[in-house]
Design a protein around this ligand. Sequence first.
Ligand code: 5GP
Length: 180
Amino acid sequence: MDRVVFDASAIQKAVNAIGVRISADYRGKNPLLVGILRGAYMFLSDLSRALTIPHTVDFMAVSSYGSGTSTSGIVRIESDLRINVEGRHVVIVEDVVDTGLTLSQLKKTLEARHPLSVKFCVLLDKPTRRKVPLVPDYTGLTAPDAFLVGYGLDYLEYFRGIPYIFSIKPELVQSEPASR
Ligand code: 5GP
């Protein structure tokens, strides 16, 4: 471990604040929250409990290819939604937005299915690393340019269950496909 970047109470405060905003913005709209597996599972679970409005939840698993900690923007859908997004207000729930390539690609994919709207909700934003202009509609915490794990985020599938977010040293991060 390098250092703790966000402790459990900072994360819960950020998630609850997003919950308040989404509950206000989507009152009467029955939004569909789309969690991107696997990194967003813990965030979506807490966010769903923070909402005070009716909503539905579904998941997509995608893989983005690239080297080490970056993605190429080529997004492959490994597992698709079960719920039809046509005529729905969709909120894509993602763990981290880094280059923005994954989310911008996903938005195009979902918009082709004729939803009423598509918005982005991310727990962590790394704005300095953007390769495409993308500003999330809901952001929990602004993150430093470091490789982060914990609270759903993995390194080689480990550390997802740790209830806080910490950085790991760059020399530990090998050249592997970005995993979720
Ligand atoms: P983007 O397409 O925005 O560059 O990539 C976003 C994806 O890259 C995230 O969903 C996540 O899977 C991965 N990613 C980006 N930064 C981190 C990080 O600091 N830690 C982990 N574990 N994954 C990250």
